[in-house]
Design a binder for this molecule. Structure first.
Ligand SMILES: Nc1ncnc2c1ncn2[C@@H]1O[C@H](COP(=O)(O)OP(=O)(O)OP(=O)(O)O)[C@@H](O)[C@H]1O
Length: 674
């Protein structure tokens, strides 16, 4: 429910932040203390006091956050249109808008965004060319994702790639020369093809701000720049913010250093604390009253929250609507992941039988695959659920296929998109596609010649594809273009994928959304920059039942809340992730992630610590190890929880293991997330 005025119900600290003048402002706050609400009210107040909407820029980490906040700000100042006119979005989306506007200044003819999947494909190609694929001595070679990671860390932190290799990927050191050559080629190839990856968008924005005349024009464009989740910005983003507000006037940054979880992208929570060093006149407002969770949950959060004790925020519960006696969080010690799955499913059903709704509950996990067994259990018991953050929607092949069709209608020279479309035809593999590409991209060659050069089994379909895409280009309006593209892609998806039905549903929903877009390149760019978590973002949730349980990775649960939260796999090696155990920074980030997870709960929190963890993620065989409980549940934390021991480990240990470890084919589950 929306409040009726921007100051309704705000407490003194929130009000101080909302009504603060133009000097730089830092809102430093713990989880659930109303950062989002404060930021929204501040925007609403600015608008109501006469600041023109176009002169306000709100930078957030997701498109949805910006849309929600601006819709609310518009409602709070009773002018929804003003909310819509504010500049709002993610750093990348705003970068895309500005870079497109100033493409000529950057020497670009058009701005085509290379998504992370395409970037990985390009690294794969280059890896091959630089001899980084074979491993003659059986030695470990950098994979495309590792190369992308090295590149991104170097770019975002300004550290030379060789230093990144030495510090973060020492096992790649024997290949440092080849890695450096791949990174150089990666940049050259992108430049030659006019492609910008996500990092480039931010670099290009920063470059625009490095040109004095443009910098002044850009800085003068806004009176207020507000940045949410500032603990997650990286060095390039810090430079952008400083470039937009050189003297700090009109700058508001909001964040929680204990929720910084993007270190792997070069973010550093210290940036939040650096603001008053850069602008000594900055005012800091601290929010410590937590309006989300009952006190027993916050006692655990305060015990788990990382950071030196003297600078720790201590969250205090201030819920006025609490009914019933607050309950302490529970740590559930269970036998194995299968038992954990049964317990979560039991709890979900019990809550519904007691009159609650599944939607009031969320199951959070460190990694998407931690819910594999739970998904089996929920499916078997017909408990509807939606999963966020595991399967990346944009990485789904059929979604990329459809986007490739839209891309070639917008820019006929989009080589990567053609490469993808060609390979959807029977008999055309990567090598054949490479030989067809020059023909396809040559405006002198007509499509009949391309078809004739294709292998026989592909010809009929390729003929239809090329004709359909030509009609799509000629359609002249967005709905017409989208309809033609959909007609081209549907049969390709049907022929290509065994589970085509669910995939076609995605294509249709995307197609409906695309048809409503004001312009297609903009739609594709927005989708690439800020992909929906699932097609649920476009239509109703992908389940027939209106009520469903939410399964989510912790990263995807940021900023959200539920009355009841279950945290899976709270054991060392899973949460904290084994990949992070070797460095202190990695471990600290895991601890912050754990803090984010437990602070999503309003009333009830259950943390599961299965004793036996399977070696294989779907438990296809019986190899297990004994898992120590999550190290963040130390004595201080355990003093704030009730520990529930479930089952009789002794008795269970004698059971044949095969009974407790189901053998399940997972792929069919993909359809559930479609
Ligand atoms: N002054 C207030 N009075 C009552 N409820 C409030 C107040 N401020 C915020 N809330 C409520 O507290 C909850 C948390 O607020 P919000 O999501 O803005 O916090 P946050 O600091 O952004 O949280 P997080 O960083 O943990 O995601 C929401 O349910 C919000 O409606």
């Amino acid at each position: 429910m929306f409040d009726t005025a921007w100051d309704d119900g705000l407490d003194d600290a929130q009000l101080a932040a909302v009504t603060h003048g133009s000097a730089p402002l830092v809102v430093l706050a713990g989880a659930g203390t109303g950062k989002t609400r404060t930021l929204t009210s501040r925007v609403a107040r600015l608008l109501e006091t006469g600041v023109r909407p176009e002169r306000v820029l709100l930078l957030t980490f997701t498109r949805r956050a910006a849309e929600d906040m601006l819709a609310r700000a518009g409602a709070l100042c009773r002018d929804p249109d003003a909310g819509r006119r504010v500049w709002g979005g993610t750093f990348h989306a705003v970068a895309h808008r500005l870079v497109t506007e100033h493409a000529a200044a950057l020497g670009l003819e058009h701005v085509t965004v290379l998504d992370p999947g395409d970037a990985a494909d390009l690294f794969d190609l280059l890896r091959d060319e630089h001899g980084l694929t074979g491993s003659p001595g059986g030695e470990r070679m950098p994979r495309p994702a590792t190369l992308a990671d090295i590149y991104s860390r170097a770019v975002n932190t300004g550290r030379p790639a060789r230093d990144v290799v030495t510090a973060d990927f020492p096992w790649c050191e024997p290949h440092a020369d080849a890695v450096a050559a791949v990174l150089r080629d990666y940049v050259a190839r992108k430049r030659a093809a006019g492609l910008l990856d996500f990092d480039d968008l931010l670099l290009a924005w920063r470059a625009l701000l490095g040109q004095p005349e443009l910098a002044q024009r850009l800085a003068e464009r806004w009176d207020h720049v507000l940045v949410d989740e500032y603990q997650d910005v990286n060095a390039v983003q810090v430079d952008i913010v400083a470039g937009l507000r050189p003297d700090g006037r009109g700058l508001t940054v909001v964040g929680d250093d204990a929720q910084a979880v993007y270190g792997f992208r070069g973010a550093r929570s210290g940036h939040l604390l650096d603001v008053d060093r850069r602008w000594p006149e900055a005012r800091t407002v601290r929010l410590e009253r937590n309006f989300r969770s009952r006190q027993p949950l916050l006692d655990l959060a305060n015990a788990v929250r990382p950071g030196p004790p003297e600078s720790r925020l201590q969250l205090r519960a201030d819920r006025t609507d609490g009914t019933g006696r607050p309950v302490r969080p529970e740590v559930v010690r269970c036998y194995d992941a299968a038992e954990e799955a049964r317990l979560v499913a039991d709890a979900a059903v019990a809550a519904v039988e007691a009159g609650g709704r599944l939607r009031e509950q969320a199951v959070l996990m460190r990694s998407g695959h931690h819910s594999d067994l739970l998904e089996v259990e929920l499916t078997a018991r017909r408990i509807p659920f939606v999963k966020y953050g595991g399967l990346k929607f944009l990485e789904a092949a059929h979604v990329k296929d459809f986007l490739a069709a839209l891309r070639v209608t917008a820019h006929a020279g989009d080589e990567l998109a053609w490469f993808r479309l060609l390979r959807l035809h029977e008999g055309i593999g990567p090598a054949r596609a490479r030989t067809l590409l020059p023909l396809l991209l040559d405006p002198e060659v007509d499509h009949g010649e391309v078809v004739a050069a294709a292998p026989a089994p592909a010809r009929t379909r390729l003929d239809a594809t090329l004709a359909g895409l030509a009609q799509a280009r000629a359609a002249g309006d967005v709905p017409g273009t989208v309809r033609r593209c959909t007609e081209v892609v549907r049969p390709l998806v049907r022929e290509r994928y065994a589970d085509a039905a669910a995939r076609l549903g995605d294509v249709d929903r995307l197609s409906e959304a695309a048809a409503l877009a004001p312009d297609l390149p903009g739609f594709v760019a927005q989708l690439t920059l800020d992909p929906p978590l699932s097609t649920g973002d476009y239509a109703k949730p992908p389940h027939l039942d209106e009520d469903y349980l939410t399964l989510s990775t912790v990263h995807s649960a940021k900023g959200l809340e539920w009355p009841t939260v279950h945290v899976l796999h709270a054991v060392d090696g899973a949460f904290p992730s084994d990949m992070a155990l070797s460095t202190p920074e990695g471990l600290e980030e895991e601890q912050r992630l754990f803090y984010v997870a437990i602070t999503r709960a309003r009333d009830r929190l259950s943390i599961y610590t299965p004793l036996r963890m399977p070696h294989h993620r779907t438990g296809r065989d019986d190899r297990h190890s004994l898992a120590p409980a999550c190290r963040f549940l130390d004595d201080a934390a355990l003093a704030t929880v009730d520990v529930r021991q479930v089952g009789r480990p002794g008795a269970r240990a004698r059971r044949p293991a095969a009974v407790t470890v189901p053998r399940v084919e997972m792929p069919s589950l993909d359809a559930l997330f479609g």
